[in-house]
Design a protein around this ligand. Structure first.
Ligand SMILES: [Fe+2]
Length: 207
């Protein structure tokens, strides 16, 4: 009897020890956009400072009908056959008290230079993770207007444990089209300038 008891206790002890040895699995995952939170990207050393006080969250707008989840992990969305102008888009993802959101997923999609979305594959679609400074950087092309819409880039951003922000950002040199677009909002204008290589856009997202 005593031997059976001791054997059972040894088995239970060994099971308990084995359980303690198993590391807790990290299962953080954004169900809504289909990505695991895998940690920060390698430092981009962009040296960005917040554009303005982080007092309110970035406005949400509709995703529209052309969202595709689970896009490729990449920062360069340019296609070899593109005729669009290169756009470098970068910025920070921060909390409302201006702390960087490290390892946030940022997923963008936009139409091509002819106003068409790729709803079969992943042309002009991609996601990446913010780095330890909360920064992101995409290289893509400028999209264009299409029926009923001014030029815009769609974005979904989510940090581990934060809200999921779905929004669209706009181009300040498209005033005529912007003013006729019912989804457009001034507060979602990027900072934009022309460069030797094409265009540079800056937008910070506040979660
Ligand atoms: Fe769109």
């Amino acid at each position: 009897m005593s031997s059976t008891f001791n054997t059972r206790r040894r088995i239970l002890n060994s099971i308990a020890a084995a359980c303690l040895a198993i590391p807790l699995s990290k299962s953080a995952y954004s169900k809504s956009i289909g990505y695991a939170f895998s940690g920060p990207a390698a430092d981009r050393d962009l040296g960005l400072l917040p554009l303005r006080p982080c007092t309110s969250g970035t406005r949400s707008t509709t995703a529209g009908p052309f969202y595709t989840p689970s896009t490729p992990l990449r920062s360069d969305l340019r296609e070899p056959d593109t005729k669009g102008s290169t756009l470098v888009l970068e910025g920070l993802v921060m909390t409302s008290d201006c702390r960087p959101v490290v390892g946030a997923v940022i997923d963008i999609w936009h139409c091509d230079e002819n106003g068409r979305y790729d709803n079969v594959g992943y042309r002009y679609r991609g996601h990446q993770y913010t780095d330890a400074a909360g920064s992101y950087q995409f290289t893509t092309i400028r999209p264009t207007i299409y029926t009923g819409r001014t030029e815009h880039i769609h974005v979904k951003v989510q940090g581990e444990g934060t809200r999921l922000l779905t929004t669209q950002i706009y181009f300040p040199d498209q005033q005529a089209h912007n003013s006729q677009d019912w989804i457009y909002k001034d507060e979602l204008l990027m900072n934009l300038k022309k460069t030797d290589q094409g265009w540079y856009g800056r937008f910070d997202f506040i979660l």
